[in-house]
Design a protein around this ligand. Structure first.
Ligand code: CUA
Length: 316
């Protein structure tokens, strides 16, 4: 019955950071609340009506006291802000060794796709110690991906990608919740994150029916939607080649000016769905929009395929 602890299960590097800050804030709060209570009670007793104390000429000003009660909250506030800022920045900067896992929210389930090809519903397997970057989108309404034991939560929005990362520190099964009201069965949009040892994870990844990697599946879609016709190897005139484009700086024609943007997940998604919004410099705006024709999960596979054609800095 008394299975209650001040700090819930702590299962990621982020959880440690968040908890340290939380305990510091809580400690400061408890200390100063206690101090105020003690001072009130102390003065109540010391200066009660019947007490024999000198009440003549009480002090009206004290520079030292002013400095103390302006300086202390200022220092405390700045410490909390700086600490919080560092933790926030850390939470939004995935490390270079992070592997990508793709998440599609849908009333009322989570679809999770590993680059190796395996996909899951409302259950996510990850190896302990491995940083994981989640690239997330929704097929319908706003959801929110929340893993309390990792202290991470991020809204999942239709029509765009949001990302979040974590590095699990211990094996086990942890709750996954949808933390944004999304309709009748919102409360049932639950699942779990299963953190395994690297050996168990490798075994899990290779178990069951083998499916092609995401990039391979993306390549098939690339052919099926006739992308090859313009982006293929022999067609350099109508459309830019996509080898090495992922992560590179791409020149975009904007009126008579040229603007450079980074070709990330969002850029590729927009190029497929809203091609007129960002036309590569030197090309005619002839690409048709695929809005409403490609499912979110398939878009992610195409992105993974384009990514596999070489990222910035890799020789191909
Ligand atoms: Cu999905 Cu609430």
């Amino acid at each position: 019955m008394w299975n209650v602890s001040l700090i819930p299960d702590q299962a990621s590097t982020t959880a440690r950071r968040v908890d340290a800050l939380f305990l510091f804030d809580l400690g400061a709060l408890v200390f100063f609340t206690g101090l105020v209570v003690v001072l009130i009670l102390g003065f109540l007793i010391r200066y009660r009506q019947s007490a024999k104390v000198n009440r003549a000429d009480p002090p009206r000003t004290s520079v030292k006291l002013e400095i103390l009660w302006i300086g202390t909250p200022l220092a405390l506030g700045m410490t909390m802000f700086t600490w919080g800022f560092i933790a926030y920045y850390h939470q939004y900067s995935p490390p270079a060794d992070a592997t990508d896992i793709y998440v599609v929210g849908k009333r009322w389930m989570w679809k999770l796709q590993h680059p190796e090809g395996k996909s899951e519903i409302s259950e996510l397997h990850v190896p302990v110690g491995q940083a994981v970057r989640l690239v997330m989108t929704s097929e319908d309404v706003i959801h929110s991906f929340f893993v309390p034991a990792f202290r991470i939560k991020q809204d999942v929005l239709p029509g765009r990608y949001t990302e979040m990362w974590f590095r699990p520190t211990k094996a086990g099964r942890f709750h996954l919740f949808c933390a944004e009201f999304c309709g009748t069965n919102h409360s049932r949009m639950v699942g779990s994150v299963v953190v395994q040892t690297p050996e168990d994870y490798a075994r899990w990844l290779s178990s069951g029916v083998g499916s092609a990697s995401m990039a391979r599946q993306g390549e098939e879609l690339f052919v099926r939607y006739h992308c090859m016709g313009c982006h293929g190897a022999s067609q350099m005139v109508r459309a830019p080649r996509l080898e090495g484009v992922y992560g590179s700086r791409v020149p975009i024609q904007e009126g008579s000016a040229i603007r450079f943007v980074t070709a990330d997940d969002r850029y590729i998604r927009d190029s497929i769905l809203l091609p007129k919004s960002q036309v590569a410099a030197g090309y005619e705006p002839v690409m048709p929009s695929f809005q409403g024709q490609i499912a979110e999960a398939d878009l992610l596979k195409i992105i993974e395929y384009i990514k596999s054609l070489g990222a910035k800095g890799t020789d191909r």
